[in-house]
Design a protein around this ligand. Structure first.
Ligand code: TXA
Ligand code: MG
Length: 375
């Protein structure tokens, strides 16, 4: 695509300047794309009702057209326009979690361009709670279709600089409102299946959803390749499936749920097991790699930092392991920071699955290409 000038404008996250919002809205009205902050990650938005504008999203990201987009709204009334029917559960969930990091899959109305839904008869809709996102949707007077503002297959941006690094020269404007609060993408909940089912764990936990709809099902498990610990020794070919490893379950293809969806630019090895054993195994692997002259990054929690401090690794802590909100908030920024530190490999610990832990584990697993080193 043709290179163009990318402008970055700082905007107050709580009281966005209306003249900056209007500038961005004017671009969107003219069929352009704009990067804007949401409470989860930065989005790459276009007017959802203009097909040619939506097409620009796919081109700027390098995203295949078969991966549908989320439509962002500012008022619940917009549901009437975008869907062909609104199930009771949608009303209850909207009441409880909107505005917020929950995306609902609903039956689509003919008004929604086919390009947005990748030809599906369903549409993904969410009401973000970030004041800049809401102001932008209202100023445009139309819903905004937006995926995360990263190049296809890269880690989602939680800071404007991440979006700039990926999309510089490919978008006209980035609104910079500082770091995103939640740090992982929205939970995608399918309300068109027989039982409401999570397609992608995210910013609203399974436990929280069940307080409103006790029947909500967890996401089907991605195929996990359990790698015996010794299988990592000596080899650097981490991205290829390890010989002899078996998928734990059958792959459940659902759009956008590719195992390598969130792949960082460097290979990531995910360790799992109880904390002391996991830490010891990571230290062993680290030592082996340092001796070979590799530049190694480790993704850990505060409780692990002391163990890695004097080792020569680039250490990135995601905060208190017992506070999944904190870890989620730091996760993508941590991956970006290690990439920027030019490490050749990332060794990462695992976190518990409660609350936002389910989304954290999902993103780490994807970054690891679906492989876990069990210790
Ligand atoms: O937090 C978020 O959700 C961010 C911010 C910008 O809102 N957006 C985001 O968009 O993560 P994206 O495109 O990176 O992820 C959208 C997810 C994909 O997994 C996609 O396959 C799924 O939603 N999706 C969209 N429409 C769908 C549909 N009709 N049926 C099933 N899945 C759908
Ligand atoms: Mg994405």
């Amino acid at each position: 695509m043709q290179r163009r000038q990318t402008m970055v404008l700082a905007i107050d996250p709580v009281h966005p300047d209306p003249s900056i919002i209007e500038r961005a809205a004017a671009l969107l009205r003219a069929g352009e794309v704009v990067v804007f902050p949401s409470e989860t990650v930065y989005g790459l938005g276009a007017d959802a009702l203009q097909t040619s504008a939506v097409e620009r999203i796919f081109i700027a990201k390098g995203r295949p057209f078969n991966d549908p987009l989320i439509v962002h709204i500012a008022e619940e009334a917009a549901l009437e326009q975008l869907t062909s029917s609104i199930p009771m559960q949608a009303r209850q969930l909207a009441q409880a979690f909107w505005p917020g990091p929950l995306t609902l899959i609903l039956p689509r109305s003919p008004l929604v361009p086919k390009l947005v839904t990748a030809g599906l008869e369903t549409v993904a809709i969410r009401m973000p709670r970030h004041p800049v996102a809401l102001a932008l949707i209202r100023a445009l007077g139309s819903p905004i279709a937006a995926p995360s503002a990263n190049r296809f297959m890269h880690v989602s941006p939680t800071m404007a600089q991440h979006a700039l690094a990926d999309l510089d020269g490919r978008v006209p404007l980035i609104l910079d409102a500082g770091p995103c609060e939640v740090g992982v993408e929205s939970t995608v909940l399918d309300l068109c299946s027989r039982v409401p089912t999570i397609l992608r764990p995210g910013g609203i936990s399974l436990e929280a959803l069940r307080t409103v709809l006790p029947e909500v099902q967890p996401p089907s498990r991605s195929p996990i390749y359990r790698v015996p610990e010794q299988a990592t020794h000596g080899g650097t070919s981490l991205v290829r499936p390890v010989q002899g490893a078996l998928p734990e379950t059958e792959a459940q293809p659902s759009p956008g749920q590719l195992l390598t969806h969130y792949a960082p630019a460097v290979p990531l090895l995910l360790f799992d097991g109880d904390v002391p054993a996991m830490r010891a195994s990571m230290l062993t692997e680290l030592q082996r790699r340092l001796e070979r002259g590799e530049r190694v990054g480790v993704l850990v929690a505060d409780e692990d930092v002391a163990a890695f401090r004097e080792t020569g690794a680039v250490v990135q802590s995601l905060g208190d392991a017992a506070a999944p909100e904190q870890v989620a908030g730091e996760l993508f920024a941590g991956l970006h920071a290690l990439e920027e530190a030019r490490v050749q490999v990332i060794l990462s610990r695992s976190f518990d699955e409660h609350g936002l832990g389910l989304a954290i584990r999902d993103r780490l697993l994807k970054a690891a290409g679906g492989k876990v080193i069990m210790v």
